[in-house]
Design a protein around this ligand. Structure first.
Ligand code: PMP
Length: 423
């Protein structure tokens, strides 16, 4: 593929940082190397000596002085090498990317960081951007300052509708746009599993059809998948990722440990075609330099201590927890909101997406009146590309509330909706 058509002038203008490139020479350097480049602070002057982190299963991660130095020192931009290797192994196991030898993986400060840099790499102000709607607010917040021309694709209980994607693109003929360097659709954003905010996942059939359409129109697919491990069901039945079906090198996949290990630890990773990953890397070289070393070492040591089986046991327990939470929230919704709201039962993640057929817009109801009923939810407009239009949806998170709170919260919400219907 010719990747230059996807890369903005700003991104093309980025040059590698000499000092950053030199720092990478320290990885696996021979003891004879006299490294006088780079302003690496002397770790002897750092006040931290060693650390031990106790896991909930009782085991301890011991960060002895050498590991502690890895935690505290500048590291290579693509990530802490042992972690990069572990993540590559995991990605190969879970997704077997067909173009693996042309694929690169780098660690980012959460997937938001990777998304933000990938979008900056590919979008100029006013460019087209094809996205599922509703769409994760964090992505819209990155995009809105570019004032893009959104091509929105509706979704239902099985995720983005491929026929709606074809309709959104129907004003162009594939042969007219696929090699064009002009302002034509080039990027498709999709959150395939346990979508934020709808809570539903794309079926395998739809994924294959969407990939075909992306191929016809030569679109890069931004596969934002932080809820991969929070899908409800057996891992062996998870639908294939876009990365796993990417025979043409058109997928940039964003993974995150936020939902399964820690969100504050800020570790995510981006996998995709080398020429595009290289551009994201150049941006990192001048912004965060690399994802935090302490976090990367901690995740790496955790994965090492657990091994693959231990990691999957953990992700399974995370799934089971959120499944129970989902069941409790759906039960509370059935009890209090039947007839007032409609919803699809989430297939993963942390959110219930509620439609209010009798309330034309939830914005004022939520932002001006819900707090008086002691409840806070997110109004649907926050997930719409044009947030000025009325939207009769809202998002309820079942991640941190207890079943009792869900019951009280939805009882209060029902009262609020009744009052709203009288207005
Ligand atoms: N994408 C989606 C769809 C999300 O829901 C989130 C977190 N809310 C992110 C990306 C960002 O996650 P991270 O913490 O890895 O930056």
């Amino acid at each position: 593929m010719n990747y230059s058509r996807y890369v903005t002038t700003l991104s093309q203008n980025r040059q590698g940082s000499l000092i950053r490139e030199m720092t990478s020479l320290l990885t696996n350097a021979s003891p004879e190397l006299v490294f006088m480049a780079g302003g690496l602070p002397n770790p002897h002057m750092f006040p931290f000596q060693a650390a031990s982190v106790t896991l909930k299963d009782g085991r301890a991660l011991t960060l002895h002085p050498k590991l502690m130095t890895d935690c505290l020192q500048y590291g290579p931009t693509p990530g802490y090498p042992p972690l990069v290797k572990q993540l590559k192994d995991l990605t190969q196991k879970l997704h077997s990317p067909p173009c693996w030898s042309d694929t690169e993986l780098i660690v980012t400060a959460g997937s938001q960081d990777g998304l933000c840099k990938a979008i900056e790499m590919m979008i100029n102000p006013g460019d087209y951007f094809v996205t599922q709607e509703p769409c994760y607010t964090g992505t819209l917040s990155i995009l809105n300052p570019y004032k893009p021309c959104y091509l929105t694709v509706s979704s239902d209980h099985e995720g983005m509708r491929p026929e709606a994607l074809r309709e959104a693109l129907a004003q162009w003929r594939p042969e007219d746009v696929k090699d064009s360097d002009g302002n034509v659709p080039k990027v498709l954003y999709i959150n395939p599993n346990a979508c934020n905010p709808t809570g539903v996942s794309l079926t395998e059939e739809r994924r294959r059809e969407i990939y075909r359409i992306a191929s016809d129109y030569n679109l890069i697919i931004l596969e934002d998948d932080p809820y991969y491990f929070v899908q409800f069901g057996d891992m062996k039945d998870f639908p294939p990722s876009f990365l796993s079906m990417d025979i043409e090198g058109r997928v940039l996949r964003f993974d995150s440990f936020s939902k399964v290990l820690s969100s504050g630890i800020r570790v995510g990773y981006v996998t995709g075609p080398k020429p595009l990953i290289q551009r994201v890397l150049l941006h990192m070289q001048v912004s965060i330099l690399h994802a935090p070393s302490v976090s990367q070492v901690l995740v790496s040591e955790l994965l090492k201590t657990w091994g693959e089986e231990g990691f999957f046991n953990h992700t399974h327990s995370v799934q089971e927890f959120y499944l129970k939470q989902r069941n409790a929230m759906v039960a509370a919704a059935e009890k209090h909101l039947t007839g007032l709201c409609e919803w699809a039962v989430p297939t993963g993640g942390m959110f219930l997406w509620l439609k209010l057929p009798n309330v034309p817009d939830t914005w004022d109801m939520i932002l001006k009146r819900a707090l008086k009923k002691n409840i806070v939810l997110v109004p649907g407009r926050a997930f719409m590309c044009d947030s000025s239009k009325p939207c009769n949806y809202m998002r309820a998170a079942f991640s941190i509330v207890t079943p009792d709170q869900m019951d009280t919260g939805f009882k209060n919400l029902a009262e609020l909706i009744h009052e709203e219907m009288q207005r």
